[in-house]
Design a binder for this molecule. Sequence first.
Ligand code: ZN
Length: 169
Amino acid sequence: MAVLEIVTVPHPVLRRKAQPVKPEEFGPELERLAQDMIETMRAAPGVGLAAPQVNVSKRLIVVEYEDEEEGIPHQLYAVVNPRIVRVSPRRVVGLEGCLSIPGYWGEVERAYAITVVGQTPRGEPLRLDLEGWLARIFQHEIDHLNGILFTDRARRVWRAEEEPDAPAV
Ligand code: ZN
């Protein structure tokens, strides 16, 4: 495994619509990219990472999250070609940061709950019902695949060295 370089704004790859992973691309090479992205996310540290953030314009995201206080057990996902197929009518505002926009934070309104379908890097189908922080992280990462950054959606953005309540994604 390897820690990859995380690209930051204004790198053009962050504004490109990432390419779907084709059926023939599934397998060991894609699994290695997912593993490298997991290692890169952990080293950052962050709780989510999308392939364009490591300068790979493909539809692949990784997410790792747990919250003992909220009773959310450790969860690790690598999702290829993720697609949101359901959003809750309930929307919530939360604090976000981004590993590709270091030092900036913002309040972003997102759906409270979503259902995501996609595939594992081995090509197995995935269907995930997500809510709260996990749903937020997935929406942030899937935005990256469409060239959208949290600053596009934020009600307000500010600069700070650190915001301890906002995991970076
Ligand atoms: Zn981000």
